[in-house]
Design a protein around this ligand. Structure first.
Ligand code: SAH
Ligand code: SF4
Ligand code: F3S
Length: 463
């Protein structure tokens, strides 16, 4: 047998990219590849790229410059290093990468990872290979499956793709172009994946998709199932104790999803619901197709379904034409909703998107200053949310050993890291933790005594 070839994947971008990196490993494992953490050792380096903002996108070329040096160094020792570019920059700028970066052997778009072995062989034969076609019918028919030991090595929390692509065409966003049209996987395929994960020790599933609550996959009854219905089915699978989904769009929140939050203890009361701006004028220019009040109403509906629900969001500051008044509306919305956390970004014009041609760019200094003010407000809210856990008993799903000896780390329903001193055997269990302090973003505490009633623990998780 030939020795294993070493594979190093560097991922940027969203959860879907993190998950895709695992899919690439799964596609290459049967070819005799094993992962290495050391890029200089690798026989194949894959850059799994993100196109969402200019900064993310431009990283690719500087990274390729560094890889050229590593490749030449390997070559001087008689070892060949192949270099592939995957992800959303590959999809959006594949031809340009081939032109600009002779060091690249393979360019592969997100819909073609199952073809990686063939593409590597093609690059061997023809020098280079590029594949960025979108499949016409089924994006998901050919997902490589992880081996049981790979599932176990990845831990007790796993991502599963429910949906991919986006038909919303927000005017600032590249995702509809890089991930293509919105498609949902059939219910049966997702159920099968989740069962296999659960059988190999996974306890928490996060369903992912660019617009995961637009899910409308074929159900076993021949009808399209909503995300709420899918989640209800997954909650029945033995071993699955927590379910999450990300990312949601405010316009796709339906009664099924709210009912799932009302009825299912396994569905975590923490929802990432990006709004981008609090100004109706800017929301319209962004083609969001909802107003700030529509968004407030969606939040209210979630809150009536579950009293303990908390939210995070994404914001863009400095969208073309954004005035101080528009920005104040964003601050007002944040102040009113009260988030457990949020991401905020400066607007970055993306080639090919409608907003890139809009006049009235907001000056960089103004963007900086607005971002700073928004982040300050969000930080205050996040730290108030975290502080509120002190003195309470919260449910924690334990995931892995911590950095200190004897320490075990888990997460609360709201994804806050929580640390306790306890035996390894608690990994994989949900247990009540009495929180006594906060260290940066992590909750520190101890396992609550067995006498604490679960009802107390439930009530205490409230925001
Ligand atoms: N629905 C998607 C959103 C992907 S992009 C999902 O699956 O998460 C994540 C966030 O990046 C967006 O919500 C938006 O806030 C931000 N973003 C997208 N395009 C941007 C741009 N051109 N400039 C700045 N931020 C952007
Ligand atoms: Fe991008 Fe808008 Fe689609 Fe989200 S909903 S992926 S921001 S186009
Ligand atoms: Fe980036 Fe593509 Fe995700 S552009 S955010 S990696 S869908």
């Amino acid at each position: 047998m030939s020795p294993p070839r070493k594979l190093h994947i560097k991922s940027y971008g969203c959860q879907m990219n993190v998950y895709d990196a695992q899919r690439m490993v799964d596609a290459l494992t049967p070819e005799g590849f094993v992962e290495t953490a050391n890029v200089d050792d690798a026989d194949l380096v894959i850059l799994n790229t993100c196109h969402i903002r200019e900064k993310a996108s431009e990283k690719v070329y500087s990274e390729l410059g560094r890889l050229r040096v590593a490749r030449d160094e390997a070559a001087s020792h008689g070892r060949r290093m192949q270099i592939a570019v995957a992800g959303c920059v590959a999809q959006a700028e594949g031809e340009e990468i081939i032109r600009r970066a002779p060091v690249v052997d393979v360019v592969v778009g997100p819909q073609s990872y199952h073809n990686l072995p063939q593409l590597l062989a093609r690059a061997d034969r023809d020098g280079r290979a590029l594949e960025t076609e979108f499949p016409i019918d089924d994006k998901f028919g050919v997902l490589p499956q992880p081996a049981p030991d790979a599932i176990r090595a990845r831990g007790i929390s796993a991502f599963v793709t429910a949906q991919e692509g986006c038909d919303k065409f927000c005017t600032f966003c590249v995702v509809p172009y890089t991930r293509g049209a919105e498609m949902s996987r059939p219910v049966a395929a997702i159920v099968e994946d989740v069962k296999r994960l659960a059988e190999n020790g996974v306890r928490e599933i996060t369903l992912i998709g660019q617009n995961v609550n637009a899910y409308h996959g074929d159900g076993p009854d021949g009808r399209a199932w909503s995300l709420g219905r899918l989640v209800r089915r997954l909650a029945e699978i033995p071993g699955i104790v927590r379910l999450r989904y990300s990312t949601s769009h405010p316009n796709d929140v339906d009664e099924d999803l709210l009912a799932a939050h009302r009825d299912l203890p396994a569905l975590m009361p923490f929802v990432h619901l990006p709004v981008q701006s609090g100004s109706d004028r800017i929301l319209a220019a962004m083609n969001r197709k909802h107003t700030a009040d529509d968004y407030r109403r969606v939040i209210d509906r979630f809150r009536s379904a579950s009293a303990v629900i908390a939210f995070s969001s994404d914001f863009i500051v400095g969208f073309p034409g954004e005035t101080e008044r528009d920005f104040s509306a964003t601050l007002a919305l944040v102040a009113q909703i009260g988030y457990a956390g949020a991401y905020s970004f400066k607007y970055s014009p993306r080639p090919g998107t409608p907003a890139a041609d809009m006049p009235e760019m907001v000056p960089a200094a103004v963007m900086d200053e607005r971002l700073e003010r928004l982040q300050q407000l969000i930080d205050q809210q996040q730290s108030a949310f975290n502080k509120a856990a002190i003195g309470r008993t919260v449910e924690v799903l334990f995931e892995r050993a911590g950095r200190k000896p004897g320490q075990i780390v888990g997460r609360t329903a709201y994804l806050q890291p929580a640390h306790v001193m306890a035996p390894d055997s608690i990994i994989g269990q949900v247990l009540p933790v009495r929180v006594d302090s906060l260290e940066r973003y992590s909750l520190l505490g101890e396992l609550a005594s067995a006498t604490s009633r679960p009802a107390d623990a439930m009530a205490a998780t409230g925001a």
